[in-house]
Design a protein around this ligand. Structure first.
Ligand code: NAP
Length: 349
């Protein structure tokens, strides 16, 4: 998609994912960075270039003044905070700022009906649009939906993130998904279900795309305890605590499991998960024919950063940032990847 003027974009937080988005926005001729929101006080006043690892100053300094950001009249916001905040989203959307987010949003189905309605109403007031994407959920679901186009009959689309998460340095996220906790903690399955419910939203999106009317969603998970301690720097996985999380959010039509979105995650060096880790996103469409692919996120020849975590963060950020032009052009309201033409990257300049 080519726009006739650069789209004016705000970057909301600059953590693992957000700083990759910020880097991409600064580099894109069809986008103009107009504002950066900082949650951390130490980032307020810092030039976006320093936050993104960009070589020259941008002149745009991070702020926690939301009114000032809204007054910019931006076209869009790439919203990548640790936890999404409905009040923030409402303020952005009702002021006319389109939102592209990686923060636990696909359909809004995990929100309370009241909060989801607040988002719908804010979009209507602002004539704005919200899209949630990312790597998983996001890109993986898109590939699953696209693969299903090869089938005369689709029995199930199954997406599995099958990775060692040890290099994903977000202790809050990892602990919320069960890691480092006692596997017998009362309520652990329910809390992991709730924390990962955005995967259920993505399953519902895929079900809708293949014409399945779901009767129910279920969640099942197996926790595997680590057999020895691992020190990861940003967190510890002590022996006997959760070092493997294998589970699915499943959508059902009657007794048929037609969509499944889940994970086979490990952390640390001392865990044997129920299924071998495939180091990628495994996309399976069962039907006629069966289709299968694995998405691997690999370093290019000129990758200069130590380790590969940054690649995964770019893979997470870009489906969201690259969606900005399509989301600005979309009808107002909540849209999903199933509503938009395929989002593409940009050719290198
Ligand atoms: N769909 C996918 O594939 C996928 C994959 C990974 C992550 N995600 C989601 O993407 C989002 C960002 O992930 P991330 O790894 O970048 O997260 P992160 O680095 O741990 O945190 C992101 C930013 O949130 C702000 N923050 C920190 N603590 C906060 C708190 N208690 N309340 C509100 N904001 C807080 C900070 O902003 P400042 O930088 O301004 O201080 C931080 O840099 C999360 O919602 C995550 O679940 C999606």
């Amino acid at each position: 998609m080519i726009t006739d003027h650069p789209l004016r974009v705000i970057q909301w937080t600059t953590g693992n994912v957000g700083r990759r988005s910020l880097h991409a926005i600064i580099g894109r001729p069809d986008m103009e960075l107009v504002g950066v929101y900082a949650h951390g006080p130490e980032k307020v006043g810092v030039d976006a270039a320093d936050l993104a690892g960009w070589p020259e100053p941008t002149g745009v300094r991070a702020t926690n003044d939301v009114d000032a950001l809204l007054a910019l009249g931006a076209d869009a916001c790439c919203y990548n905070p640790l936890w999404p905040n409905i009040d923030e989203l409402v303020r952005l959307l009702e002021s006319g700022v389109n939102v592209c987010t990686s923060a636990a949003w696909i359909t809004g189905g995990k929100q309370t009906p009241q909060n989801r309605q607040r988002i719908v109403d804010a979009c209507e007031r602002g004539g704005s649009t919200i899209l949630g994407s990312g790597a998983h959920p996001g890109m993986t679901n898109m590939v699953g939906m696209v693969l299903s186009a090869a089938c005369e009959r689709v029995d199930e689309i199954r997406i599995t993130e099958s990775v060692d998460c040890s290099t994903y340095e977000s202790a809050e996220t990892q602990t919320a998904m069960g890691f480092s906790q006692d596997p017998d903690t009362p309520g652990l399955t329910e809390s992991v279900r709730a924390e990962s419910e955005v995967f259920a939203e993505s399953a519902a999106m895929m079900a809708d795309a293949i014409g399945a009317r779901l009767d129910k969603m279920t969640f099942d998970v197996t926790f595997t305890a680590a057999t020895a301690d691992t020190e990861l720097g940003f967190m510890r996985i002590p022996a006997g605590t959760v070092g493997g999380v294998y589970g699915y959010h499943r959508g059902w039509v009657g007794d048929r499991n037609v969509v499944s979105v889940g994970f086979n995650w490990t952390m640390g060096d001392h865990v044997v998960p129920p299924k071998p880790v495939e180091h990628g996103h495994v996309i399976q469409v069962f039907g006629v024919p069966n289709m299968r692919t694995v998405i691997h996120c690999l370093p290019p020849k000129d990758w200069a950063e130590p380790g590969f975590m940054g690649l995964g963060m770019i893979y997470t950020a870009m489906p969201v940032t690259n969606a900005v032009p399509a989301v600005v052009a979309a009808k107002s309201g909540i849209v999903t990847l199933a509503d938009l033409a395929p989002i593409t990257g940009r050719v290198a300049r």
